[in-house]
Design a protein around this ligand. Structure first.
Ligand code: URA
Length: 433
């Protein structure tokens, strides 16, 4: 087999065979196929697309390029994946809710990059919390308390790691089959039998339109099913941040408030958490929609989810008294941001809000940066809310006063204030089952 033949075939819109896809993934991972030929094939895929069969095979081969996690000894294993967002703390709440309902969430999560946050960074803001566990610790904790969450191991889908880095510098990130196979190769390797996806669309998301998010959700659901998993997806809006606190410690604090029964008024985070939990229950236990929704809500309201959260933090070495005594630290320099005009908060460029939080120190501008876990933004305005000029709309927290000016300029540029009361997009735009 010769790589040039694969490139020519795909360039001309001809489907690749299973063997050809395997040859490409194995050859590229081993370094036998050079970057320039892999890049040419990615670009051909970017323009010609891939059939459902090609996507499923590509994902399967990428999954098998490294180690896979065997969760078969555990009951009702579930996973959730969000395509990334701002203020998206849902994993911190969905995981203990699911575990309280008898599911097993043994999960690998990522770190934040660019304007989006990552669950591993958020958890590391809890003193003592360990996000690297041995395989034995991982499995025994999952068995004992029904949940465990660690960072991605180095050998999880190495083909994807290499291909993603190549796509990043060759203009081939924005290809539906390549995004879908990249995400799903890691999810499948992580081993859960039931997977719920939260595919975001809007100004803070990868996919800018609801239509594109739905297409990505459908592609990923199909790939998961073709590889033997139970799959469902929600398509949710990231036209505004999901919750009002953006930053690592700030999002843990917000998650704890929700687990204790608070609902940040005007924000949709609680609704998304409950829908994701209910989807996991339906998928894994076969519960009907109403029953699953009630069970998810009861588990949150009764405090069972909060109790499980504390058990989880303790199991991974975290300081439970830090949570129980609300010792969440905010960075030392605070600035209150005021509204530049009167009107209604009709839009937010959510990517810009995430970037402003990064500029305050909360995120990474490049791989390897260490974020300031105490930095970030607390929004004191709400999506669609009425604003008066000079009314406080946000609090910025940073450890470096010099970071304030750039962050404020980006944040103010994100606001769309209108004279008329806006109609906001639906938070949960749809689902794929
Ligand atoms: N996230 C991934 O893991 N892969 C992509 O291709 C895009 C987003």
């Amino acid at each position: 087999m010769r790589m040039i033949e694969l490139i020519e075939k795909k360039k001309n819109g001809v489907e690749l065979s299973d063997g050809e896809i395997a040859y490409f993934v194995e050859g590229y991972t081993k370094g036998e196929i050079p970057d320039y030929q892999a890049a040419a094939l990615c670009m051909a895929i970017r323009f010609r697309g891939m059939s459902g069969r090609e996507r499923a095979v590509l994902t399967d081969r990428m999954m098998r390029s490294g180690s896979t996690v065997d969760l078969s000894s555990l009951p009702h294993t579930v996973d959730k994946h969000s395509t990334g967002g701002v203020g998206d703390l849902t994993s911190l709440v969905v995981a203990p809710l699911a575990a309280s309902c008898g599911l097993t969430m043994a999960k690998m999560s990522g770190r934040g990059l660019g304007h989006t946050g990552g669950t591993v960074d958020k958890l590391e803001s809890i003193p003592g919390f360990r996000t690297a566990l041995s395989e034995e610790e991982f499995l025994s904790q999952a068995k004992r308390i029904g949940m465990v969450l660690v960072g991605q191991t180095a050998n999880l889908a190495p083909a994807d790691k290499k291909l993603y880095a190549l796509r990043d510098v060759t203009g081939t990130v924005d290809s539906l089959p390549l995004i879908a196979s990249s995400i799903m190769s890691k999810k499948l390797a992580a081993g859960a039998e039931s997977i719920v996806l939260d595919v975001k669309y809007g100004s803070g998301a990868f996919m800018k339109t609801e239509e594109d998010a739905r297409a990505l959700a459908e592609a990923m659901v199909d790939i998961g099913r073709a590889n033997g998993r139970k799959m469902a997806a929600l398509v949710t809006s990231m036209e505004f941040p999901l919750a009002p606190q953006i930053g690592n410690t700030l999002e843990v604090e917000e998650a704890v408030k929700i687990l204790r029964g608070e609902d940040p008024a005007g924000w949709g985070v609680r609704e998304v958490i409950l829908r994701l939990t209910a989807s996991l229950l339906s998928l894994s236990l076969g519960m009907d929609g109403d029953g699953a929704a009630k069970k998810a809500e009861d588990t949150l309201v009764s405090g069972a989810g909060y109790k499980k959260f504390l058990e989880w933090i303790a199991a991974q070495g975290g300081d439970v008294s830090y949570i129980e005594e609300n010792r969440f630290e905010r960075a030392g320099v605070k600035k209150v941001i005021v509204s530049p005009a009167s009107g209604w908060l009709a839009r937010m460029d959510t990517e810009a809000v995430g970037t402003a939080a990064c500029l305050l120190g909360a995120g990474r501008m490049k791989l390897g940066d260490q974020p300031d876990l105490t930095a970030g933004i607390v929004l004191t305005c709400t999506p669609g809310g009425k604003l008066e000029k000079d009314q406080p709309i946000a609090e910025f927290y940073t450890s470096d006063e010099k970071k304030l000016a750039d962050a404020e300029a980006v944040f103010l540029g994100s606001l769309g204030i209108s004279d008329e009361k806006p109609i906001l997009p639906k938070l949960i735009a749809g689902s794929v089952r």
